[in-house]
Design a protein around this ligand. Structure first.
Ligand SMILES: Nc1ccn([C@H]2C[C@H](O)[C@@H](COP(=O)(O)O)O2)c(=O)n1
Ligand SMILES: [Zn+2]
Length: 194
């Protein structure tokens, strides 16, 4: 299902929109929006750290370290020499979101991330005090890094759960703000709200 900001399902009584984004779709969408900044040609990963008050306290995406040119470093997945691949160099989205934090600490926060965290990110997550991971894809589930990651997270009591989005796509329409009053698309009353 595709939703856009200019689609409004209006309730008869209050006229309040009821098809607004749920919190978890909202934070995951912010992680995915952040991932759109990534230069990685294969996996663009975004992460968003949220505190107990549902405030965003850190955002990041996978990219080369500050001051290290992403034109000069390799983006290959495979090469005869591992040093000619991206893996030894790229900073993971979770690392950047944690290091970009704008609060004193990340105690009891939740991290929303596009891809299940690897073992190195699991260590950072644990040490930062984050207590929950919400991920979308687990495409490398059987890789030893994810096996080690789950082992560490289980030992440290960090919870993790897969996010099942209510909408498979979310459209951002910059024109929607200019739609005149009363011209917003109204869904039929029979449509059930999420
Ligand atoms: N939880 C993760 C896992 C991976 N990344 C980054 C590291 C690479 O830039 C890319 C994975 O590339 P692939 O092996 O799929 O070609 O994603 C991350 O940021 N967070
Ligand atoms: Zn990682």
């Amino acid at each position: 299902m595709l939703v856009s900001a200019n689609t409004s399902v209006l309730t008869e009584k209050s006229q309040k929109r009821v098809d607004y984004l749920q919190w978890s779709d909202y934070f995951m969408a912010i992680a995915f929006l952040s991932a759109m900044r990534s230069k990685d040609p294969n996996s663009q990963v975004g992460a968003c750290v949220v505190n107990k008050e549902k405030k965003i306290v850190g955002i990041g995406y996978n990219g080369m370290p500050n001051g290290c040119s992403d034109d000069d470093l390799p983006w290959n997945r495979e090469a005869d020499n591992i040093l000619d691949t991206k893996y030894p160099y790229v900073c993971h989205a979770e690392m950047n979101a944690i290091l970009n934090k704008n609060s004193a600490d990340l105690k009891d926060c939740t991290i929303y991330v596009a891809l299940f965290p690897c073992n190195e990110c699991a260590k950072l997550i644990i040490q930062s005090g984050i207590k929950e991971i919400v991920y979308l894809s687990d495409k490398y589930h059987n890789d030893y890094k994810m096996v080690a990651s789950r082992q560490l997270l289980d030992m440290a009591g960090v919870k993790y759960r897969q996010h099942i989005p209510q909408h498979s796509q979310i459209l951002i329409d910059f024109d929607s703000i200019n739609i005149p009053v009363g011209k917003h698309h109204k869904e039929p009353k029979s449509v059930s709200s999420p």
